[in-house]
Ligand binder design. Structure first.
Ligand SMILES: Nc1nc2c(ncn2[C@@H]2O[C@H](COP(=O)(O)OP(=O)(O)OP(=O)(O)O)[C@@H](O)[C@H]2O)c(=O)[nH]1
Ligand SMILES: [Mg+2]
Length: 349
């Protein structure tokens, strides 16, 4: 399961976002630095296609895709994160960066710039400085170790290149690193290498949209406050209110989609009377490996898979309705699983 840290400057609505996504409180307050502890909880994305498919098969249980979210406290003194929080940030698979675009006279701006791009630069700088510290230490160690060598080791060249990028204000994720370089980076858990999605927290009355975000990548525009209020309603009330506010897709679902895009992940499904379930895999995964997610025996003894897209599955009225239909394809070991595939794995034990 992906672990995502919600980060941003003080009082921009990080905890409001966290609560909207998880229904758990994390010390929302109108003053800066109101969150003082690390909070974590799961966000489960109710995929209506899976609900529909499960209904057709009378599934006893439905397991939707989940992400684990973290609301991380800021340090009122420098640096913005304490060592403890930095250590947590290094464990994350990616970040949701919250940028404040709502006015609200009752919420203190403190030192936070009103421009979303300036906010973004400030946060980026914190991450860059943290990475530089790690890389500078690594550089010192490598120089010492390589004194006796006639040639600079490859690792030192990678470190030098990374330091140059960071010192000129760049993030490491924006460069194409080869697999050797990426595996070297793995142990260092560098923060600017992690994927990010941007959450512009805007007015309840509609998008403020004063400014276009300068960063490329997945951007979600939302009012965290509305989303938090909607998350407290039951699902039929929520649907009515969503229509009224014209925010049909929930923040959780757009966030999950954006995160999956940034992390190159997709979901496939198993649908049956006991359980209907979403499974998360990297894109370009072959079916034996994907089925290993369900059970290791399936990967080892993989023979064939029956595969049908979930929309076709619903339209064809499930396994019974699709019996003998050409919509169900028989796929072998080389098949690459697509987003939304419903599968039955045939395997030998
Ligand atoms: N008007 C308005 N207020 C919001 C919105 N999102 C958050 N707020 C308010 O802004 C204040 C700060 O929100 P928090 O979620 O506590 O912000 P935070 O980033 O977690 O703050 P710290 O943990 O203190 O850094 C609270 O009073 C929220 O109710 C929004 O979309 N619109
Ligand atoms: Mg907070």
């Amino acid at each position: 399961m992906s672990q995502i840290g919600i980060i941003g400057l003080p009082n921009v609505g990080k905890s409001t976002v966290f609560t909207a996504l998880t229904k758990q409180d994390s010390q929302i307050g109108s003053f800066p630095f109101s969150t003082t502890e690390i909070h974590t909880a799961f966000g489960e994305v109710v995929d209506s296609r899976l609900t529909e498919a499960a209904k057709i098969e009378n599934s006893q249980k439905i397991v939707y895709p989940k992400i684990q979210l973290y609301d991380l406290p800021l340090n009122p003194n420098k640096p913005v994160f304490t060592a403890n929080v930095f250590a947590k940030l290094r464990e994350m698979d990616g970040f949701a960066v919250v940028l404040r675009d709502f006015e609200s006279s009752s919420v203190d701006w403190g030192d936070v710039p009103q421009s979303i791009n300036e906010q973004l630069e400030k946060i980026k700088l914190e991450l860059i400085v943290a990475d530089l510290e790690i890389l500078n230490n690594k550089e010192d160690r490598l120089i010492k170790e390589s004194k006796a060598l006639s040639e600079k080791p490859k690792e030192l060249l990678i470190v030098n290149k990374s330091i140059d990028i960071l010192e000129s204000g760049g993030e490491l994720k924006n460069y194409n690193w080869d697999t050797q370089e990426l595996s070297f980076f793995r142990d260092l858990a560098l923060l600017t290498l992690k994927p990010k999605v941007y959450l512009i927290n805007t007015e309840e009355e509609g998008i403020n949209n004063k400014e276009k975000i300068s960063e490329e990548g997945e951007v979600i525009v939302t009012s965290a406050k509305i989303e938090q209020e909607l998350s407290e309603l039951d699902s039929s009330e929520e649907n009515d209110m969503r229509k009224q506010y014209s925010v049909e897709e929930s923040l959780l679902s757009s966030l999950l989609n954006s995160i999956y895009k940034e992390l190159n992940l997709i979901s496939f499904f198993t649908v049956g009377d006991k359980e209907s379930r979403a499974w998360t895999i990297p894109i370009n995964t072959k079916i034996p490996e994907a089925s290993g997610k369900i059970h290791s025996d399936m990967e080892k003894g993989f023979i064939k898979a029956e595969v049908v897209g979930i929309d076709d599955f619903i339209e064809g009225n499930g396994w019974e309705g699709l019996k003998n239909s050409i919509k169900i394809r028989l796929e072998g070991k080389e098949y690459i699983v697509r987003d939304g595939d419903v599968v039955i794995i045939r395997f030998s034990k």
